[in-house]
Design a protein around this ligand. Structure first.
Ligand code: ADP
Ligand code: MG
Length: 264
């Protein structure tokens, strides 16, 4: 494994100003922080505080007004459009509040889609997509279209799609924003366990304090600025906690293996 303390994301003096006619809206105001590989990081703050803008800057979806953002040591805002598209395809996964599934396609086809873009052959991508649906507990919903599934099930398809290419980083913007609190917890557990099993890095946006508690570190955003950074992991990492996490991860992996042997 690579250096455990590797900063996979570095945000340096990031600034985003929107111009609306004569008005200037400073959505992200000189923000700097880093995210370590394998870390679950949460951008937490009230509506309108600039969380989504910051996430979109980190994902290369929005252009910076100032500052820079490095991912895996590469300045993503200096890449060509094509280079950035390729980089995103190979390195990043996305989970959206409104799922963003294609309604004309089945759950299986939706999960397969990122692999189609990677030109993977049909048999292999079918197998991978099917396994991902099993991993999120939807082995029996492969042929369902989004409109034939609950919100929680649709988001689990969204998660399977985000993770199917085994991305190093997954960005999630209010992934449980349209779900009830019980389903939200189930969805958060799936995201967290999935990422932990593969040492993936998560950056999640939320305005919900309980959901922020799933993270290793909470970056509080207020008016486009970092208000404070709270490290939950250092508070939690007692020997018992590490043991418990190891057990949970092992359970999750063996459950996945069991499902793979006995689908449905
Ligand atoms: P959050 O995700 O925390 O709710 P946003 O990042 O969506 O906040 O928005 C931060 C600020 O930037 C808000 O004042 C919002 O109105 C403004 N904003 C966001 N997107 C745009 C845009 N495309 N054009 C103009 N203003 C925007
Ligand atoms: Mg938002």
């Amino acid at each position: 494994m690579k250096n455990k303390n590797e900063n996979i994301i570095e945000v340096k003096n990031a600034k985003k100003i929107y111009r609306m006619g004569r008005e200037r809206i400073i959505a992200v105001d000189d923000v700097s922080f880093t995210v370590k590989k394998g870390e679950f990081c949460c951008l937490y703050g009230a509506s309108g505080s600039g969380k989504s803008t910051l996430l979109n800057l980190m994902a290369g979806i929005e252009k910076l007004t100032g500052g820079q953002i490095m991912i895996k040591g590469r300045n993503i805002h200096k890449m060509s459009e094509k280079g950035l598209a390729k980089f995103r395809q190979n390195t990043l996964g996305f989970v959206f509040q409104s799922y963003n599934l294609l309604n004309s396609m089945t759950a299986l086809e939706n999960v397969e889609l990122p692999l189609v873009f990677k030109h993977m052959n049909k048999k292999r991508r079918r197998r991978m997509a099917r396994q991902m649906l099993i991993n999120v507990g939807l082995g029996d919903r492969q042929k369902h279209k989004p409109t034939e599934m609950s919100g929680g099930q649709q988001q689990r398809v969204g998660i399977a799609r985000a993770f199917v290419c085994n991305p190093e980083i997954v960005f999630a913007d209010e992934p449980t924003g349209n779900l009830d609190s019980k389903t939200s917890k189930e969805v958060m557990d799936i995201i967290k366990n999935m990422a932990r099993a593969n040492n993936q890095t998560i950056v999640m946006v939320t305005h919900d304090k309980d959901l922020a508690g799933y993270a290793d570190r909470i970056i509080h955003i207020f008016d486009g600025k970092i208000e404070e950074i709270v490290d939950l992991k250092s508070e939690k990492t007692t020997v018992e906690e590490v043991d418990r996490q190891m057990e949970e991860t092992e359970d999750f992996i063996s459950e996945q293996a069991l499902h793979a042997e006995n689908p449905g």
